[in-house]
Design a protein around this ligand. Structure first.
Ligand SMILES: Cc1cc2nc3c(=O)[nH]c(=O)nc-3n(C[C@H](O)[C@H](O)[C@H](O)COP(=O)(O)OP(=O)(O)OC[C@H]3O[C@@H](n4cnc5c(N)ncnc54)[C@H](O)[C@@H]3O)c2cc1C
Length: 467
């Protein structure tokens, strides 16, 4: 039998078995459907043999029991917005699409908790809890479409990270289906619990390689009364970085503290006609301050004073909700606007100690001198030391190879200054070759031993995290 026929009979066999187990309405097998699940935000393509859309924890358990028994690879998937290939079915097999398990099970304002299924879209959770004047702070830029399950698996962060932390800081307990189909519960729905090892933290950020989440309990905060936004122009990136440090050094903790460099500014110039950025501006800070109305006003004026002392050229406060949205729209426009510079890009999400930000930016500028045909734009959550370094290149294998070489140098330098190769997007298969740059052999062995213990047959998201 030829390979195409083999693949078809594999799909047919799996479809038959899985339809029997969880109902044919929850199994997708035609090519057009499978193509839709063959890629994610990393733009790689690997066709799954079959896609299942579980409706319950029991469905997930049944699917994994079957996959385990027959040693078939299984890949949990939320919205497929991951940037490191976490959801791509690298070795064929079964994709578990969680978008049908999207119920908000309960919101308990008295306990400041919510329990959700993994397919709930992040922004849906944010707006549902806001109806109770509550706040779910983790805020990846993908919040309008990414799922809580994907956020937990990647330990996603966002613009609120400096003040409020990342996804891991809000996960209280998890219902997890293990590779063999057994169901476990980690943590408690309490704000505190130190009983036993912290299995919840082990699963957060595990990128679908250790277990599959079917229910997630998150911690909530009271919704801040007021948010004020400032856009600040600087002549040099050094002034912007120093201002950011000074703001934090003065015990102020903005909700967001975003840095935008000259190349990124060039891309977004003219994006919003109301926001004119003069030619002498070589760096921007975009700052959100939140809290009670009175304290927000005081903090905003203190921050204005600090940036002006650090040679800010101009401070533009948003005077209305509409103006605030317009300022943030400029920030959100950067990523797509970078394609104005070159048709291809590699987007890195390095994170360094805040005290080393200027050093890593200088090192990146030095590295760039050795790759004059490539373009570099950096922006990101400077408050957390998390910089999105974008290396852009033109079509052609040679350009791509150069960009990859430059990225490797940037990652090596990041680790040298005490940073991490991924602050937000995870490892997946895109960065697995670089894991050992940061994780020493002893620690890597512990990680692999944990994987072996929880998934001895290696069926959960194979080829991710480790090579
Ligand atoms: C425009 C854009 C902006 C982005 N901005 C940010 C940002 O600001 N911050 C940030 O951190 N990331 C960002 N990302 C990356 C991405 O959105 C996040 O990694 C997000 O958490 C992925 O969620 P998802 O639902 O799309 O998951 P997917 O991409 O479907 O999956 C991601 C990983 O989660 C695993 N997974 C999914 N569901 C489950 C489950 N139920 N149980 C176990 N594992 C599961 C998958 O196997 C995979 O390894 C951005 C992406 C895009 C395209």
């Amino acid at each position: 039998m030829n390979t195409t026929a083999n693949k078809k009979s594999k799909t047919d066999g799996l479809t038959q078995e899985l339809s029997r187990l969880i109902g044919k309405e929850n199994v997708l097998h035609i090519l057009e459907d499978r193509i839709c699940y063959s890629y994610d935000g990393s733009k790689q393509k690997y066709l799954p043999d079959v896609v299942v859309r579980p409706q319950s924890t029991q469905h997930v358990s049944t699917i994994l029991q079957f996959a385990h028994e027959h040693e078939i690879p299984a890949y949990p998937r939320g919205a497929g917005s991951g940037l490191t290939g976490g959801a791509v079915p690298l070795r064929g097999g079964i994709v578990l699409d969680f978008t049908q398990m999207n119920r908000i099970v309960e919101i308990i304002p008295e306990d400041l908790t919510a329990t959700v299924e993994p397919g709930v879209v992040t922004q849906t959770l944010q707006s549902e809890v806001a109806k109770h004047k509550l706040f779910y702070p983790p805020d990846p830029a993908s919040a309008p479409f990414s799922t809580i399950g994907g956020n937990v698996a990647e330990c996603s962060g966002g613009i609120t990270g400096l003040k409020y932390g990342v996804t891991r800081d809000y996960i209280l307990s998890l219902e997890v289906v293990l590779a063999d189909g057994s169901i476990i519960h980690t943590g408690r729905k309490t704000l505190k619990s130190v009983t036993g090892y912290d299995l919840t933290r082990l699963f957060v950020g595990s990128e679908g390689t250790l277990g599959v989440f079917t229910q997630i309990t998150v911690k909530l905060l009271p919704l801040p009364e007021k948010i004020e936004t400032l856009l600040v122009f600087f002549a040099t990136p050094q002034d912007a970085v120093k201002s950011a440090s000074q703001i934090i050094f003065n015990n102020l903790l903005p909700r967001a503290l975003e840095f935008i460099d000259k190349s990124s500014i060039t891309c977004i110039k003219g994006y919003n006609q109301e926001i004119q950025i003069p030619a002498e501006v070589n760096a921007l800070l975009l700052i959100d301050i939140d809290g009670r109305e009175s304290s927000v006003k005081t903090e905003a004026s203190l921050i204005e004073k600090i940036v002006l002392e650090n040679r800010a050229l101009k401070v533009i406060p948003a005077k209305s909700h509409k103006e605030r949205d317009a300022l943030w729209e400029v920030r959100r426009a950067i990523s797509p606007a970078l394609y104005n510079i070159a048709p291809y890009k590699i987007n890195e999400d390095i994170c360094v100690p805040r005290s080393r930000i200027l050093e890593i930016l200088d090192r990146i500028a030095d590295i760039h001198k050795r790759y004059p045909s490539l373009k570099v734009a950096s922006f990101g959550h400077i408050g957390d030391g998390n910089i999105h370094v974008n290396v852009m290149y033109d079509k052609g294998e040679q350009q791509k190879a150069l960009a990859e070489k430059m990225i490797e140098e940037i990652l090596r330098n990041t680790v040298e200054v005490g940073g991490t190769i991924s602050g937000e997007h995870g490892i997946g298969n895109v960065k697995s070759a670089f894991l050992s740059l940061e994780i020493p052999p002893g620690e890597l062995k512990i990680m692999k031993d944990i994987k072996q213990l929880l998934d001895p047959k290696g069926i959960l998201n194979p080829g991710k995290m480790f090579r």
